[in-house]
Design a protein around this ligand. Sequence first.
Ligand SMILES: Cc1cc2nc3c(=O)[nH]c(=O)nc-3n(C[C@H](O)[C@H](O)[C@H](O)COP(=O)(O)OP(=O)(O)OC[C@H]3O[C@@H](n4cnc5c(N)ncnc54)[C@H](O)[C@@H]3O)c2cc1C
Length: 417
Amino acid sequence: MTTMSERPGPVVVVGASLAGLRAVEGVRRAGFKGELVLVGAEEHLPYNRPPLSKDLLTGMVEHNALGLCTEEHLADLGVTLRLGTPAMGLDLDAREVVLNGARLPFGSLLVTTGSRPAALPHGGAPQQGVHLLRTVDDALALRDDLLRARDVVVVGAGFVGAEVASSAAELGARVTVVEAAPAPLARALGPTIGEVCGRLHGLHGVTLRCGAGVAALEGTPAVTSVRLTDGTRLPADVVVVGVGVRPDTDWLEGSGLDLSDGVVCDETLNAGHPGIWAAGDVATWTNPLYGRRMRLQAWTAASEQALAAARNAVADTPKPCSVVPYFWSDQYGKRLAALGVPGEADEPHVVGDLEGLRFVSLHPDGDRIGMVFALDRPDLIMKFRRLVMTRAPFGEAVELAERLVAEPAHEEQGVRS
Ligand SMILES: Cc1cc2nc3c(=O)[nH]c(=O)nc-3n(C[C@H](O)[C@H](O)[C@H](O)COP(=O)(O)OP(=O)(O)OC[C@H]3O[C@@H](n4cnc5c(N)ncnc54)[C@H](O)[C@@H]3O)c2cc1C
């Protein structure tokens, strides 16, 4: 096995966000003393994305409160920062990252370039008032428009779309959410729980239209309406497209890395070539906990993977990286949180008040617990961590849920944005 000591040279991390920051921290924590470079396309120091669809839009926090670290912190770690510098390519033979007009040699490379939002399939010219949301600059531009908006259409009722709808409603806009699937969040939570979560929209005056496709965004230069495939025309002065994300791997095209769904990695987050690692939203890896490939697009996974990949990049013996998938979302004042991965088509078992939108649902994977979802019970979700991690018998999870739900509510212990 090739080790760090046989492969001297700088450690280069490409992608200066959550995973990139944790990667440089992890490399130093693992004892690497050599040159460490962090390359980022954005001009900003690493910052936290979850508030972009929540508190930043509603004005509860300002953009300068989102920073994940200071410049001094990175200087203390001895990190050479190259912000505003998108990597353009990777030369695996020369072991260099290609920048605009320069090349950056590396001994080890950590790819942490995350994901970017997908556009609507019919594309077309960008129109004023039409927004994608990934960066703080996107969020600030959207906030400006939302403050003036009367009619907002959110395309896609996934977690980010639902959060934007919630924030826009809080700002006083008339909001419609258009979702192609018969129920929102069905892929993540199953149709039953997805439908129940979708009721949050209606309860807060937001119209949810499921099973609806977008035919066109109309108006020029500024959007004025969204035409649906059934001919309905929804007035809109702001449209937010939240139809999913794709891994940000354009810069790696033709490099020789397997990019079939993000950067494809083994259990140790190695990308199939000595000294090349990936972590965060951009990485598909074999999660040893499940023995199969997955790409998680969530905050805690990005941190955990980055620390593991960083350690492996500089250690003599790489270790497998197991992650218990965890995701949270804040909508209409309620916390939604999910831990684990559901089985194929099994109906969940609900403990608590389904109609009152305050419950825990247990999603089986065969006779084991696959995923636990909690709506408005952020104090409970992490109590299932051991059971989900050990894929305990389903009955054990049901027993725990019944016991916990019967107890008086605890202080919140979930991860907050
Ligand atoms: C609006 C929003 C709300 C969210 N809310 C939640 C939530 O409530 N809960 C949750 O668990 N997760 C949430 N997430 C997801 C979470 O923020 C991500 O999982 C996390 O940011 C992933 O971190 P990352 O470092 O892998 O990727 P990213 O944060 O996407 O960062 C990748 C970085 O790489 C840079 N980059 C890309 N290409 C290049 C290149 N060629 N050269 C140099 N740099 C490059 C990008 O500019 C970016 O700064 C949310 C995400 C968004 C966008």
